[in-house]
Design a protein around this ligand. Structure first.
Ligand SMILES: Cc1cc2nc3c(=O)[nH]c(=O)nc-3n(C[C@H](O)[C@H](O)[C@H](O)COP(=O)(O)O)c2cc1C
Length: 278
């Protein structure tokens, strides 16, 4: 089975919210789907460990704010990588209370729906709640954020509680790549450098010391690691392929070249809290 085949399934990105008395909470979800038109019903799949799961089950209502492409990674970090058990997720977030009592984002959201739970299905780690939609509204004409956009443009990842989580997201890359700081050429161990007798599968450290950059002839010492780095605090993975465009770090920037004052886009931890991902 190829787990990357599942990456070909398309989703949107939402903040599903609910309440318990005066307490509000919400979480990122990619599993909001309209399943019937008459009546209009949607399903959401929520991890049983999530606080939002408990709020939806107990209150019988939820809202889904459809995120806009303008949504910053810090918002996704707040709602998708932290739990309402530790923080008040709506602090500092623009929202209003909907008809169901659940909060609705008024910024970085293109539209919302509100629903009353009509049934639930136990699917192991998650519960699928079916909700009858009782209100919905378009908020603006911005482009909605898709799951693919989140991954490909924003460089985002999915935590363990997401139904779409795939263990070891980096396995597609094989060995560690190194980038020439002089000309930008990337040495990929999967490809090697056959023109100079370097077979595919040769790691950078195995290259002869007199090996030179095939493009600009720079020495091996001019190369920097191109691998991914993981935040020890929240688990966010910096992927040089994606960079961090929100923070002005362009795609293709190796971790070593990321500015020293750069912070984790999810939890704001400093660069020193990152470690190389094996
Ligand atoms: C891109 C993305 C998609 C996610 N999709 C889901 C989902 O569909 N269902 C789910 O239960 N968790 C999903 N999660 C994980 C939850 O948002 C996360 O576990 C959150 O911290 C739960 O917060 P809570 O405990 O305050 O409810 C997703 C996270 C991200 C970043």
């Amino acid at each position: 089975m190829d787990p990357f085949a599942l990456y070909k399934i398309s989703y949107g990105l939402y903040i599903v919210s609910s309440l318990k008395g005066d307490h509000l909470n919400g979480q990122i979800a990619n599993t909001v789907t309209q399943v019937t038109a008459e009546p209009i019903q949607v399903t959401i799949a929520l991890n049983k460990l999530n606080l939002t799961h408990d709020y939806v089950r107990e209150s019988g209502v939820f809202s889904a704010s459809i995120l806009s492409q303008t949504a910053p990674m810090s918002l996704i970090g707040q709602f998708g990588f932290k739990t309402g058990r530790d923080i008040n997720k709506f602090e500092g977030v623009a929202y209003r209370i909907g008809e169901t009592g659940a909060p609705i984002l008024t910024e970085h959201s293109v539209a919302f729906i509100e629903a009353e739970v009509v049934s639930e299905l136990d699917v192991g780690t998650h519960t699928i709640f079916t909700g009858k939609v009782i209100d919905s509204q378009k908020l603006n004409d911005h482009e909605p954020m898709t799951y693919a956009y989140y991954h490909q443009i924003k460089g985002g990842k999915s935590p363990k509680n997401a139904p779409t989580y795939i263990k070891e997201e980096s396995s597609e890359f094989g060995g560690e790549k190194y980038r020439c700081k002089v000309c930008g050429y990337t040495y990929d161990p999967k490809v090697g450098d056959p023109e100079r007798g370097i077979a595919p599968g040769t790691s950078f450290s195995e290259l002869p010391e007199d090996w030179k950059c095939p493009t600009c002839s720079a020495a091996k010492s001019e190369f920097g690691q191109c691998g991914k780095y993981k935040c020890k605090v929240c688990g966010y993975v910096y992927d040089p392929k994606a960079g961090d465009p929100d923070a002005g770090v362009s795609a293709g920037t190796p971790f070593i070249d990321v500015p020293d004052d750069w912070k984790c886009p999810i939890c704001q931890a400093p660069k020193s809290e990152f470690e190389k991902e094996e």
